[in-house]
Ligand binder design. Sequence first.
Ligand SMILES: [Zn+2]
Length: 503
Amino acid sequence: MALAKTKAVALFGLNGTLIDVEADISSNLPNFILVGLPDASLSEATSRVRAACTNSGLSLPGRRITVNLSPASVPKRGSSFDLAIAISVLAATGAINPGNAANWLHIGELALDGSIRGVHGVLPSLLAAKELGWARFVVPTENLPEAEVIEGIEVQSFDHLTQVASFHGSDVQPRKESNLRVISRQADTKGLCYSDVLGQSEVIDSMVVAATGGHHMLMVGSPGSGKTMIAERLPSILPSLTTEQAIETAAVESLSGLPSGITFVPPFRAPHHNSSASSLIGGGLAVPRPGLISLAHNGVLFLDEAPEFQQPALEALRQPLESGEVVISRAAGVARFPARFQLVMAANPCPCGFAWDPNRQCKCVEPAKSRYLNRLSGPLLDRIDISLRVNTVPKAMQKKRGPSSSELREKVLAGRAFGAARLAKTPWRLNAQVPGAYLRRNWRPTGAASDRLDKALERGLLSMRGYDRCIRLAHTLADLDQVETPTVEHVARAMYLRGGELG
Ligand SMILES: [Zn+2]
């Protein structure tokens, strides 16, 4: 046998293409050539493959080896093709069964000693290949947890080239035992619970509202008032991810090279205020990588000290907040990454932070002081349904523990279940997603509740956007109380939550 092939996957964003990896051995001068648009890291594959084979007792012939990766037009990069290249070459030399090698898709990087190393993006690669009709995969043991979540495919995992060769019919002695890892489907919120937060029951109640309706929110308060503690506990009261959502989220994590596994807890991402726009939305020169906001997909994006973020970074959030995805254009194509997240922002009331603190002196001067919160641009604030003032709780009041996250989560689940019937007639899944025009036409409260809203609008206490926001929030409050139509109390509370005093 002088010609043999196997399969691999090339990823661009979350889209994949099946790649034929063909090896030919001819009697020309000894050489190892890789063709089909390989980038620099891929070109180094020839030396890794040669060393890995030799050190595994699978020596390559002293002849000319040509490996072609096709289609050539698809950009390919990284070391994840190593294993497929080695297997196609070994099949061409007859060291392994070529028919067997052709039936499997191989992913994995080779170390010089023949060990198989885990690579980025295994989950999205397998999902893409499955979509294209491929069902048999050989993956690094390290990446097995990612592969195991996909149903309807056959996966073999190995951690040494000799094991794969033996699997494909070579008589080489397999090295190392593969150790399978089990993935946990248990929701683990890292022990964070709202009962740890002392004396902020009103703010925590508002988090329940935010969680139920999926509302974006802003908390303004002095340092030490507990804003961060409150925000980072939001995932503990959100519904667990569905299997489909967990896989989507893990696919983005896998692509960004984070140690991934499947978790059913919604992700929580808190980028630092020095983060650049491209680290938030994603980027990369040839092949785009997802940014932090895509890693928050199906979970929470928390911007602490939000006014301190650079303007371009805040501006970059606008489009994903509208569309739920990030689109990155490069010469090689357009990559799309999902980015549907719940935004939580925290801000100090002024640059020094103590403008509202009765026990501290604010050192700020005008106009910097009054301009501070205005750094959060209008288009971003337009997306925020809940704006809250968070006061520092005096020591004496910090005794009482509130309800636990699991108790609050029950409320959220019940509220969402109640609202689901109404949302089922719409294209939206959460109250926060329902646009203003639709709210005014179909979800307008009746009777006294409606009068209250109309009067506030007439007197200029509410803008049109504020009016829409109140209808939206009043429905979430009614869902939590298991009431079909918002009452005047729901409207009053909604007007408070929308944060009139913060502008
Ligand atoms: Zn100040």
